[in-house]
Design a protein around this ligand. Sequence first.
Ligand SMILES: Nc1ncnc2c1ncn2[C@@H]1O[C@H](COP(=O)(O)OP(=O)(O)OP(=O)(O)O)[C@@H](O)[C@H]1O
Length: 627
Amino acid sequence: MANTKEKPVDDVNREVKEAEKAEEVEEQRDVIEKEEEEEEEKDKSFEELRLDPRLIRALTKKGIEKPTPIQQTAIPFILEGKDVVAKAKTGSGKTLAYLLPLLQKLFSDSGSKKKKPAPSAFVLVPSRELCQQVYAEVSSLIELCRVQIKAVQLTSGMPLSDMRNALAGLPEILVTTPACIPKCFADGVLDPAAISDSLEILVLDEADLLLSYGYEDNLRSVTSIVPRRCQCLLMSATTSSDVEKLKKLILHNPVVLTLQEGGDKEEPVPSNVQQFWISCSAQDKLLHILSLLKLEVVQKKILIFINTIDMGFKLKLFLEKFGIKTAILNGELPQNSRLHILEQFNAGLFDYLIATDDNSQTKAKEEAKDEDNKDNNKKKRRFKPKLDAEFGVVRGIDFKKVHTVINYDMPQSVTGYIHRIGRTGRAYSSGSSVSLVSPDDMEGFEEIKSFLAGEEDKDSDVITPFPLLTENAVESLRYRAEDVAKSVTKIAVRESRAQDLRNEIINSEKLKSHFEANPRDLDLLKHDKLLSKTAPAPHLKDIPEYLVDPKTQEASKMVKLARAAMGNSRRSGGGRNNANKKRSRKGVDPLKTFSANGSKRGRSGGVGQKKNGKGSSDGLTKKQRTA
Ligand SMILES: Nc1ncnc2c1ncn2[C@@H]1O[C@H](COP(=O)(O)OP(=O)(O)OP(=O)(O)O)[C@@H](O)[C@H]1O
């Protein structure tokens, strides 16, 4: 029998009161915690981050009003002088997250009259293209802030005299690739001892790529002279063993910032990018890409990825027979041409860009192809590609207003996919991607899908079948596509490639001198000009309406309407002209949607239309601070 000994009434009352009080305290604590949480979740302004007013004014002039989550989180730690590892998805604003505090720190040093013998800040990036981009960003900030700070960029291909000239003004900031530094040491352009004395901040941008570009030895020669007091920052879009390796190699007790949206699930592709796929045979890829572009069921501007340079030319020749003008970007082109092509594309001077992503991939593919050719045709003289080892289009490059990324060839790795897709949906824009997947691509594609879906959510469809292209629509173009594909022979491809390279080498020289005199002139050369000598036949250029089924016509109308609604007409491309335009879709802020949770994604809506990236309730949500 239970012990039912009764308590005196007074005791009971006291206990009840105490319990009530405890509950009240608990409630109050909850409120405080909640308020604290809300406070933490609340957007911080640049002022609240204690950014220098000159930098804030410069940002305002650039049309940048409030910090992105990675900026909100990283800037205070960097200003505090901490080593930081920041991992945030593509297009989330990592460049400014380190450039702003870096500049602010140099502002305070710039008062002292004496210049240091070597730069105080090094920014290491994996490609020349990125070098140019970061250099342009930091230079424009310096110019807008009107401070006496000098930044220079050095890449391996530069003549020694140019390097010497660049460093002669004793710059505070050096933007370069890891490969360039040992070269500078060997040529006596940079002095390791002077760097050890001067270096205060070292940034490894796109850290996940630095080692994959084969820069390990180069990086070691840098790290050996980095002084213990130097603050090191490591920025990355994906996590990999390479990033861990770098972290151990260079950083001391870093603050690790991993920003992701609600839940613990990490999703590296921005949630404002809708991902689609089309299943087709390898031979039918030409037919499918023709259907996508000719029937206008995907939004422009469009970035098309292929894995070999020859394939790029094949695609260009094929599409131009149908009156679709494209430009080509690859590591074989001279650097000036590449930069100019990027600039023109960003300025909206053409709508279609066919690109190989980087040379580690292209080279492997080209070499494999070379081997095949050797076996087949030993005596034939082949056009040997000379690829720029520091070329990298995909990784880190800030393409402006790309609405659609098409994987004509599938990337070789999950990371490759993430970086490709990350060229759309940047900053405040939305975008979509379409991958053409043949049976041979299927294994890699499944790997990508399961990586994106994550462990717990294996069956969720992160990449969905492309809904706007009916079989009838594709079939209506088959006869023409197959006919034209036959005319794009290997010889035609080879000749076009050699001709294009010759043209670009001549252009490159012209570009160099022209840009020295007119740095803002973009219209000197057209990079999307036709390669074939004959103009496209009228019956191929204009597809008669009766050939297109009503569903596809409807889809195409939808895409055009969406495009018009978004004010995305031709020549409205990003670039500096638009920098100050008011953002029209302020309500939704995809920059805040780090690591979107798959289950929270909107799956419907027209291709290329903005998704409701709400799931995250827009917040900077998770930060891990580990020592
Ligand atoms: N606070 C901001 N507000 C609006 N736009 C911003 C802001 N910060 C950066 N941007 C813009 O967002 C775009 C993407 O930024 P950035 O290139 O730094 O991204 P990222 O995170 O480095 O991407 P990736 O990993 O692909 O290199 C740029 O055009 C940049 O000007």
